[in-house]
Ligand binder design. Sequence first.
Ligand code: ATP
Ligand code: MG
Length: 365
Amino acid sequence: MLQTALKLLTKIEENGFHGYIVGGFVRDHLLGITSNDVDITTNATPMDIKAIFQDAALPQEDYGSITVRAKSVRFEITTFRRELTYYNNRKPIEIEYIDDLLEDLKRRDFTINTLCMNAEGKVLDLLNGKVDIEKKVIRTVGNSYDKFSEDTLRILRAIRFATSLDFTLSGEVEDAIKKTKHLLKHLSYERKRQELDKIFTSKNVKKGIHLLKALGLDQELELTRLDHVHNYDDVVGIWAMLEVEEHYPFTTNEKELMKKIRTVLPLNNLDPEVLYHYGLYVNSVAASQKGIDKKEVTRAYNDLAIHARSDLAVTSEEILSHLNRKPGPFLKNLYEDLVHLVLTGNLQNEKEAILSYCKENYQTA
Ligand code: ATP
Ligand code: MG
């Protein structure tokens, strides 16, 4: 990926412009972490980039950036810019393209995100990002209070980087977060969720939760039930415990899972019928929130006599012909009955046993 990115930079340079890999990729590279996206900053305009990369360029002109696909990796190429005015603490309403790398770096959030790499693979450190990476500290580029007031998403990014990289927040960043956190209510729930998801899926999630609470962000983000989360292995499980679907956006599928997790929470997750009806995943997540080892749940699930109706040792045709009956609503009851008995060990999952049970209980004439 690095080699492909450097080739893109060389191509930009060959066309008479300057281009640098910037931000997360360089930061992660110095930390020995593999990045999954590469951001490139350049003095070439989106039009120039389109002309240089032609078919590979997918414009995202609204944001003044172009995505270039090379070797199935997406490289986001953005023109140097300075954001001038902010509206509603979030969207810059005027963007001025400027021919100056340093100015572009100054608009960025944290010093660790200002490192650049040129076409030769040399790291440029114009705003002391390297020393902060070495010290493992999150420091804003310039005044923290101003940075967070301009764009409150940065508050959550600070927590996210402190969590995923296991860095500390500088004193100034912490103070500024406390002073600006009330502005988080203007940030969309989509943006909040995106950052929170990154915090919740980090291996170091406990630190993130600690920071959210210690800085009082839990209240501002309406995560008032954080203390109800007892296990952080599963992000849907975390959201299920937080019960914030009323505000935060989730897919229908996610909402259903969260509801099911909460439904089985007060139930016995090792109970065969609960396992059968709600499945392994939902029960594992609920069990882990109660401190029950997931392995126990998996074992109990694997031990179930049947996992679906189709696992019963008879087909409905066989039952109907044995009873000499036509299909009808009674089949639903019959199946519920069979599933219950087989799961609870009161009926063997064997053809003879099931058919004779059916005859005794569902024979009409
Ligand atoms: P990752 O890709 O690992 O999530 P990243 O630092 O690359 O982290 P991106 O969202 O990809 O984050 O942004 C790329 C770069 O753009 C950042 O490194 C930073 O320099 C800048 N940036 C992103 N979001 C902001 C923001 N809200 N305010 C200021 N600069 C930002
Ligand atoms: Mg990135």
